[in-house]
Design a protein. Structure first.
Length: 330
């Protein structure tokens, strides 16, 4: 382990892990066209998981809140976006890219707005009374998750809900023998834009500086006249909105969703957060890409091992780096 750590440190550190994984997979898969298709699919899956996991990582790492109810925002984001798209089905069938893009934008906006409002309510009513009490946080947020899932059942029913997708995101790009699904390319691009925006906000803006300072020394920041509690509410709302956006993206990817969507994805989301390192946006992205690539490669090479691949990956990384690949520095 120490020798591997030294080699990676000289070559660019843990950032090269996805490259190393892709290189090994290329040798094992053999067919270049299949490898490219699986790699793009893994990157797209990783970006969608990143959208859901980044908010949890911020809340977990910066605010020290164990929010097991994070899956509720994912599920509601998916169903809200799907409902808006269903209501605008006329626009999706109008054969106008502008109308289709507007319908998609409105669906995503509705999911984000719901995430912001729900995040404010969740932090104010449920989380605030149990700050610094992890056991009560786990119990109350798990209870909130169950209530949210039952609420979705009451409004949308238990049968799978179909999610219409804009025509311009259907189909695939064919480049020689390589087939790249258009929606996957869109998911990767959107996830990359969100990552860049988060990094810029946290590292290049006054709000990001205040949030990080509030985590390190709350009393000093408050003594300077800033309301740290309001900053933390903003962080929680942003994290909830990102989860809702991730749920909306995943709904379009699956095209058929159930109320259990968020709960099923939360296992992967927590694995990504733990692998990347708590509170680290860069670490969350790295963990999400590794999980996405590993799932797709093993799903092709050894389908029976695909379900356990993420857990094995997490155990291996934690044995090597117990704090995650790129934990936030506090």
């Amino acid at each position: 382990m120490e020798q591997l750590s030294n080699i990676l440190g000289r070559m660019g550190g843990v950032n090269l892990l996805p490259v190393a994984l892709a290189a090994v997979a290329f040798v094992l898969i053999g067919a270049p066209s299949s490898w490219v298709t699986l790699t793009v699919a893994g990157l797209a899956m990783g970006m969608m998981v990143f959208l859901m996991a980044s908010g949890l990582s911020l809340v977990f790492g910066l605010m020290d809140v164990l929010n097991f109810g994070h899956s509720a925002f994912v599920s509601f984001g998916a169903f809200v976006a799907a409902t808006v798209l269903a209501g605008l089905s006329g626009w999706l069938g109008a054969e106008s890219i502008a109308l289709e893009a507007l319908a998609l934008a409105l669906a995503f906006l509705a999911a984000i707005l719901f995430g912001l409002v729900a995040g404010w309510f969740f932090e104010t009513v449920i989380i605030r009374p149990v700050y610094r009490d992890h056991l009560r946080q786990i119990l109350i947020t798990m209870g909130a998750m169950i209530v949210a899932e039952q609420t979705i059942l009451a409004f949308w029913g238990g049968t799978p809900y179909a999610v219409p997708r804009p025509h311009f995101l259907e189909g695939a790009w064919i480049i020689g023998d390589v087939s790249i699904e258009i929606y996957r390319g869109f998911a990767f691009a959107l996830g990359l834009l969100v990552f860049i925006a988060m990094v810029l906000v946290l590292n290049r803006t006054r709000i990001g500086l205040l949030v990080r300072a509030g985590v390190e020394d709350r009393e000093m920041v408050e003594a300077l006249g800033f309301r740290v509690d309001r900053l933390f509410i903003g962080v929680f709302m942003a994290g909830s909105a990102l989860a809702a956006l991730g749920g909306a993206m995943w709904a379009g990817y699956e095209t058929l969703i159930t109320p259990a969507l968020g709960g099923e994805l939360m296992i992967v989301v927590f694995i990504v957060v733990i692998i990347g390192g708590l509170g680290s946006v860069e670490g969350t992205l790295l963990g999400a890409i590794l999980v996405g690539l590993m799932s797709n490669y093993l799903g092709f090479l050894a389908p029976k091992l695909a379900l356990a691949s993420n857990m094995v990956l997490m155990v291996a990384i934690l044995l090597w780096r117990p704090n995650g690949l790129r934990p936030a520095v506090k």
